[in-house]
Write a protein that binds this ligand. Structure first.
Ligand code: ADP
Ligand code: MG
Length: 237
């Protein structure tokens, strides 16, 4: 499915946002690296369904009503086998904080290579149009608010400058024996989101907010392991 088809499908289903798999397909359509993932239903024969994925696995609950999956116990990482995936799904289904909601299924995916977590986002300013943002993950987003913004479209030099503006940028260069991360790959990703032919400019009429949280940046790669896209309200004046 191409980008427009993914959006039309969500609109037909009267969703206000794309589910995680559709969000990741949308990212992939713009060349952004995402984990290999599939959706499974509890009744599925998992052995066959997961044959194309390599462990360790991640399991995530999918529900239009659950925005912060970890908060309700809806994310399990580092699962080593199909049996562990089965157990994780069963545990989520019997968890009241999850069972209370309508579920689309369970996303099973591969683990991204370990690294530094960043947040990349987009939103629409009524005056300036799409804005792209990058920030350091974890407590940096929540407490330190270490982020950089630009009006789209951005060029490569802007993307690199944004990274340079972060107060915690030393983390990207590798502190205390950690390996440096692929800043080039992060800049590329920022262009795929906020560049002239990027997602935000191309889909300006349909996407009101984008949240890639986190993007896991290793020495070589920048992989978006969570994706949320909020659709514009077509009925708004
Ligand atoms: P939430 O809805 O709680 O934000 P996420 O999909 O972001 O759920 O997953 C929570 C955390 O689990 C992420 O911040 C990341 O640290 C880890 N994680 C999720 N998916 C992966 C993955 N494919 N590879 C490695 N780590 C992951
Ligand atoms: Mg997340």
């Amino acid at each position: 499915m191409d980008a427009q088809q993914l959006i039309e499908q969500a609109r037909r289903e009267r969703r206000a946002s794309l589910d995680e798999l559709s969000g990741k397909r949308l990212l992939a359509a713009f060349g952004v690296a995402v984990p290999k993932s599939i959706v499974v239903q509890p009744a599925d024969a998992l052995e066959a369904k997961l044959a194309g994925l390599a462990p360790p696995f991640v399991v995530k609950v999918m529900s239009p009503q659950i925005l912060h999956k970890s908060d309700v116990g809806g994310v399990r990482v580092r699962l080593q086998s199909v049996t562990e995936v089965r157990e994780a799904i069963d545990a989520m289904r019997s968890n009241p904080a999850i069972a209370a909601h309508p579920l689309d299924g369970f996303l099973v995916e591969e683990m991204a290579p370990p690294g530094q977590e960043l947040v990349i986002g987009g939103l629409k300013d009524p005056q300036f149009g799409p804005l792209v943002m990058v920030g350091l993950g974890g407590i940096f987003v929540e407490v330190l608010q270490d982020i950089a913004f630009r009006i789209c479209p951005i060029e490569r030099i802007d993307a690199l400058e944004m990274l340079d503006e972060l107060k915690g940028k030393a983390l990207l260069d590798g502190v205390r024996g950690q390996r440096p991360v692929a800043k080039e790959a992060i800049a590329e990703l920022l262009l795929k989101i906020g560049g002239p032919r990027g997602l935000l400019m191309t889909l300006e009429a349909d996407i009101s907010e984008a949240d890639l949280n986190p993007v896991i940046c290793s020495e070589r790669t920048a992989v978006a392991v969570d994706a949320r896209f909020i659709l514009t309200d077509r009925n708004a004046p």
